[in-house]
Ligand binder design. Sequence first.
Ligand code: SF4
Length: 463
Amino acid sequence: MMGPRQEAQSALFYDFSIEDHIPSDHILRAIDDVIDLSAIRKYLADFYSSTGRPSIDPELMLRMLLVGYIMGIRSERRLCDEVHLNLAYRWFCKLDLTDAIPDHSSFSKNRHGRFRDSDVLRYVFETVVAQCIETGLASGQRYAADASIIAADANRQNSTPKADWNPEVINPDDAPRAVQEYLETLDDAAFGAASTVTPKFISHSDPASQWTGARGGPAYFAYSTNYLIDTDNAVIMDVEATRSIRQAEVGAVKTMIDRVQKVHYLKPERLIADTAYGSGPMLDWLVEKRGIAPHIPVIDKSGRKDGTLERADFTYDAENDLYICPGGKELKQYHRAYKTPRSGANKDETIRYRARKPDCDTCTLKQRCCPKEPQRKITRSIYEKSRDIARVLAQTHQYAISRKLRKKVEMSFAHLKRIHGLGRLRLRGPCGAHDEFILAATAQNLKKLAKLAPNTNSVRKAA
Ligand code: SF4
């Protein structure tokens, strides 16, 4: 039997509760169970005037921003529309049916003002990480680090070739906000000071972004988001925005390891990363300065393709600080004593060991060893001790496990781009990249906390 026609009719009174209409398995309901922003008002109190018109509740703005990054709604204008229409979003933001939605321009004003001055986004991120640690999702034993390139809101048509670029002629007072941030970060190790090499093109709208072709295919302007994750459950322990070049990304890992130790009092037993982080100075920093085992492939360019003997064919005698060649002769830094002791290190942070010319002249292996040179030279990095430790670790069973664990950080980046929609930045400048990356990482951690924390608790209770 066909039912009656549905007619639009408005009732005078409604008995309606938003709460009843949110499915029990909705992701925002699960996140609401674990999120705690109660300390936000106290944290931001000093950044609000004691007089004047009352502001929009900062917790409401942060909840709306988190809805945007959790649900992949990137535009703040669209976010306001979605929160207006979607009951679950309204409920998560603690808004009733008749409550007004803040205007999208409020987000921009707060972001450039008190949110950045107070660094409240990092405060929220660190609060969520602390919750993950408390609930047992992150033990801080094993970290994995990597960087992912995210396209900047800049294009090639609005850029200058490096030959015509001169930051000294820019007047900071007339410059847009992203250009002012570029000038302010010229001495920052994560941005301007990361490399002395000027990129091929510099964007007019976002000069701090890096012109990069690192992904293959056509080059574009980009920033890098750097993640330091705990491999237990892929909780993001820290996040940092940098230029998309290796020096800046390696520096970001050091910054993040030290910051996590300072904020959460956790230092890992090992760091897992790919070859980009396998330079001598980085391995030495981990081993000697921080006591962390580097589960990282060593960058090694000592191999030879012409069939001649490689450095690996020579044996290092650590006690006497010399190499023994396959012919049984010694290669030393100095074959005579100097009155004034010499450091022995070259500008490229290597030490050269030389064989004696008379030894090589009469050697039957000369054609296979140094056919074009009078005697053989071997270079050794001043960080070789740490590099050797990384090589030994690379032979262990634990290292094989680490190789698999490293995939977790790549999965986090895949989710960031596919599920949270961060394939391209919407905000410009280093601060814009910082805000977007930290909000997205907070959203990822909240989802993880909502999904895994109850299980962990139940396991704990059972134990
Ligand atoms: S050529 Fe010189 S360094 Fe090479 S194996 Fe012979 S003696 Fe040793």
